[in-house]
Design a protein around this ligand. Structure first.
Ligand SMILES: *[C@@H]1O[C@H](CO)[C@@H](O)[C@H](O)[C@H]1NC(C)=O
Ligand SMILES: *[C@@H]1O[C@H](CO)[C@@H](O)[C@H](O)[C@H]1NC(C)=O
Ligand SMILES: *[C@@H]1O[C@H](CO)[C@@H](O)[C@H](O)[C@H]1NC(C)=O
Ligand SMILES: *[C@@H]1O[C@H](CO)[C@@H](O)[C@H](O)[C@H]1NC(C)=O
Ligand SMILES: [Ca+2]
Length: 441
């Protein structure tokens, strides 16, 4: 039941053709039975038509009086404030980082002999501590930002449950703010670790190695062979091995999934998909917890490479890729498509994998009410009801009949055509990999 006094963006969103369900029948504390229309002091004005992407230009005017909103909106406001605070913190950090660079240049000046390990009590030591402090502040800030983002996700989930309103406009707005701040923090992080000599000193101690968050960091230090490497996307969490593709489109890719010969069974449990399985050099799923940490640590893009049994190779590129944590059922966030294979993850209104939860044969989080898509299609995936893409389906070495549970990409040329005898074709190879959005090989 929507709380009383609910009278916000409903009309304007409805005018833009978006879903808006505002239950006007106020059942109120204090007998405010006047109805939402009359009780609503806000005026709304559409400033034009909606863009193709569903974004609408509009104005909301609120009088000086307090407008009652559902409790959830209050929390959203807190998040906005938090984002604002974070922005200010980032600015001051940025400034102190510049200071740090100046000091670094000073300490490199002739006469000091490039000394990087000052004796106890020397000025360098205080500086060393300061940089570490700064670094931990930056890390904390990064974590805070992601928390804010996850909070938005939770909020979004709640609102969906309440069928109140389509949150996309607001969520996109906050998401873009958080993305922006995250990229500032990341670049700051980079500046601090590369420019401050005391930092280099710290890292040369055996206990505190330079942290490689993903394959792009290995690329940056000159690694050019496609191999397994150890990464630490979150210093507070564990390190793990990943396979790095240092060749495709400039390299620096962290591989999340690979299919090539059917040597690994992908019909697996929630727990298996959580921790990962298979062989990093052949077929594997890296693991949802690790994918979450990697996509949380930096803004990532996703590249999907596919090949069929005729040797046709196509790819799909998405300019945003984020997988939420287990609490949020590893919800998928996928951005704009570019490439040659077609946008099978946003196939249509009815088959859209964006913002879907992860489902496995033993854990049904899909949007299909009368069954489990993971069980039916032998896979763990971000199922809708059910799919237009399923790269974790069964591996078929040839055409097959029956349920379309093979490795499937719905926009593949000819894949959905009816074949004589009901034969279906599966893909021969699939690979999913990520790279930081701002990485330049
Ligand atoms: C972040 O926002 C500011 C102003 O709002 C803009 O100047 C800057 O280019 C943005 N940065 C990114 C990475 O989008
Ligand atoms: C894969 O594992 C599932 C579940 O354990 C099992 O039912 C299925 O037969 C296996 N598939 C193959 C090809 O071994
Ligand atoms: C990261 O840490 C959390 C607890 O802090 C844990 O639940 C999670 O499994 C860890 N992830 C990985 C990949 O180690
Ligand atoms: C797709 O990517 C190519 C190569 O990076 C670029 O030239 C092109 O403008 C992109 N197209 C779109 C629609 O973003
Ligand atoms: Ca279901």
């Amino acid at each position: 039941m929507p709380p009383a006094g609910w009278c916000w963006l409903g009309p304007v969103l409805a005018a833009c053709g978006l879903l808006a369900v505002a239950d006007g029948a106020a059942e109120a504390g204090g007998g405010a039975g006047a109805g939402a229309e009359a009780a609503c002091p806000a005026t709304l004005r559409s400033t034009g038509r909606c863009a193709a992407g569903g974004e609408c230009a509009y104005e909301v005017r609120l009088p000086a009086l307090t407008v009652q909103l559902p409790a959830q909106w209050g929390r959203l406001e807190e998040v906005f404030k938090e984002v604002q605070n974070l922005k200010e913190t980032v600015n001051s950090l940025k400034k102190s980082c510049q200071d740090c660079k100046l000091q670094a240049d000073d300490s490199r000046a002739p006469g000091r002999g490039g000394q990087l390990s000052p004796s106890p009590g020397a000025p360098g030591e205080a500086e060393d501590g300061r940089v570490r402090e700064l670094e931990s502040e930056v890390n904390k800030l990064s974590a805070d930002l992601k928390d804010a983002k996850e909070e938005i996700d939770v909020l979004h989930g709640r609102l969906e449950e309440l069928s109140l309103v389509n949150m996309n406009n607001i969520e996109n707005y906050v998401d873009s703010k958080v993305a922006n701040l995250t990229s500032v923090v990341n670049s700051l992080d980079g500046k601090c670790s590369s420019k401050c000599p005391s930092q280099e000193h710290t890292q040369s101690r055996p206990v505190q190695h330079l942290i490689y968050k993903d394959c792009s960091d290995y690329y940056t230090i000159g690694k050019r062979s496609s191999e397994t490497y150890r990464v630490t996307p979150d210093p507070k969490n564990s390190s793990f091995e990943v396979f790095c593709d240092m060749e495709t489109m400039g390299g620096g890719w962290t591989v999340l999934q690979a299919r090539l010969d059917g040597s690994t069974n992908f019909t697996r449990t929630w727990q298996d998909y959580k921790v990962g399985f298979g062989n990093l050099r052949r077929e594997f799923w890296l693991g949802n917890d690790k994918i979450h940490l990697l996509t949380k640590s930096k803004d990532m893009i996703l590249r999907i490479d596919l090949e069929d049994f005729n040797g046709v190779k196509l790819y799909a590129l998405y300019d945003q890729f984020y997988v939420a944590n287990e609490f949020l059922k590893y919800r998928l966030h996928i951005g704009n498509y570019n490439g040659t294979a077609g946008d099978a993850l946003h196939f249509s209104k009815h088959y859209n994998h964006d913002l879907k939860f992860f489902t496995t044969p033993d854990r049904d989080n899909d949007r299909y009410p009368s069954g489990n898509c993971g069980l039916y299609y032998s896979s763990g995936w971000w199922f809708d009801a059910c799919l237009s893409a399923n790269l974790n389906g069964r591996y078929y070495h040839q055409k097959y009949r029956g349920v379309r549970n093979g490795i499937f990409w719905g926009t593949w040329p000819g894949i959905s055509e009816a074949h004589p005898g009901g034969y279906k074709s599966s893909l021969k190879e699939a690979k999913m990999m990520i790279r930081p959005k701002h990485f330049k090989p």
